[in-house]
Design a protein around this ligand. Sequence first.
Ligand SMILES: Cc1cc2nc3c(=O)[nH]c(=O)nc-3n(C[C@H](O)[C@H](O)[C@H](O)COP(=O)(O)OP(=O)(O)OC[C@H]3O[C@@H](n4cnc5c(N)ncnc54)[C@H](O)[C@@H]3O)c2cc1C
Length: 421
Amino acid sequence: MRYVVVGLHAAGRSACQWLRKASPAAEIIGVDPSPLPVYSRPLISYVLAGEMAPPGMGVADDDFWNRLGVSVLADKAVGLEAGHGRLLLKSGQELAYDRLLLACGARPRPVETAGDAAGEVCFFRGRRDLDKVLARVRPGGTAAVLGGGLVGFKLTMGLLKRGMQVTLIVTSPRPLSLNVDAYVGQWVGERLQNTPGVTLLTSTSVTSIDTGTDKPLRLALDSGAALDVDLVAAGKGVLPNTGWLADSGLECDYGVLADAFLRSSDERVYVAGDLAQAPDIVHGDRRTNAVWPVAVEQGRVAALNMAGLRAEYAGSLAMNAIPVFGSRMISVGLVNPSLTRGCDFVDVGTPRGSYLKLVFREERLVGAVGLDAPPRLGELAFAVKRGLRRRDIPAGWLANVQNAAPLAAPGGALVGNARFG
Ligand SMILES: Cc1cc2nc3c(=O)[nH]c(=O)nc-3n(C[C@H](O)[C@H](O)[C@H](O)COP(=O)(O)OP(=O)(O)OC[C@H]3O[C@@H](n4cnc5c(N)ncnc54)[C@H](O)[C@@H]3O)c2cc1C
């Protein structure tokens, strides 16, 4: 049996480990243009912030693939003839396979308004992006960060720690609008506004980016203002790497469509990670949830199915936990206000305590967002997966946490006890 795994990061690496467990004697070939050393992508934001040295990103030594018995080809997949079981590589090599896993992730969403200055815009996806950003960092210099999601937020805080003056430009009315509820988004926005060195521009778009005269780059904003900066970095979401699969015969939508066994429309081809548009627990449709634990779990499930061990995928779930201004911010499942219409909420918070919002749909937990709240991310994710009922909320979740970030009660509504409805 020959397994070929395209992409050796979170999903691909997890899959290789499970393939090896399930098929000790099988041939496993991994294809990735940048396979060594094995590192963790999320950690690039810690290196940018100066909180970690680059070697700290490593999660395995250079002998990792050897020990696992995976032959690694430092090559790029450029075409797939799924009907013939053939993968085409950039080097010209053709690889036949019995089972193929596509785990080639996603790339940053491009900045359409960059025009001729596009090459100067930095992204923040991997080690090369980190190097490009660091090469442009100047203590006392100015930076514009485009995009108010988690990557934009991490870029802003990292550049600030490197001594730059940062303007964060967000098209939504508040940062993290897709990741948390309106209350926590507002809270983060207020703290950003009050952070020396940060300017937050909400409901603002960049209309063009050009090379500048006073500074390397000049941004024109839809407000009519112009901004001269040393560095532009964009974190405006990602797009699955599906381009090279256009003629593959696989069914693609936003990502590569996968069934409940993470099998694509071709029975020999499986998908996992940021590339996979797979069943989602709370939405009930197929979508991508581009987070590390989802990629790792999908890699596991896909590998077991590739090895002939029937493993049904429970479905993916958006989840995040990040430190924000000294507080622990967590979010799971449905929390984006535009997606929670018709849901019921349980809010808990105190003026000097923690905040937790639990989102219920038809009495079942479908999402949660918290600041220094008692439940851990894993507990909340597990509760959403098993459809926790409102009457079964663990009492400990509703307790206040001492020394948590102070919260101003929104509209005076949150004053310490659970509010239902
Ligand atoms: C700055 C940053 C911070 C993040 N923070 C968090 C976090 O805190 N928590 C969290 O859960 N998630 C976080 N994420 C998201 C997480 O890193 C991704 O969800 C995860 O890396 C997805 O894994 P993947 O294996 O599907 O894809 P990727 O990590 O994108 O890996 C894909 C691999 O495929 C290879 N590849 C691409 N195209 C080809 C091709 N044609 N042929 C061969 N190989 C190819 C690439 O070289 C790469 O090695 C963060 C991401 C970033 C960028």
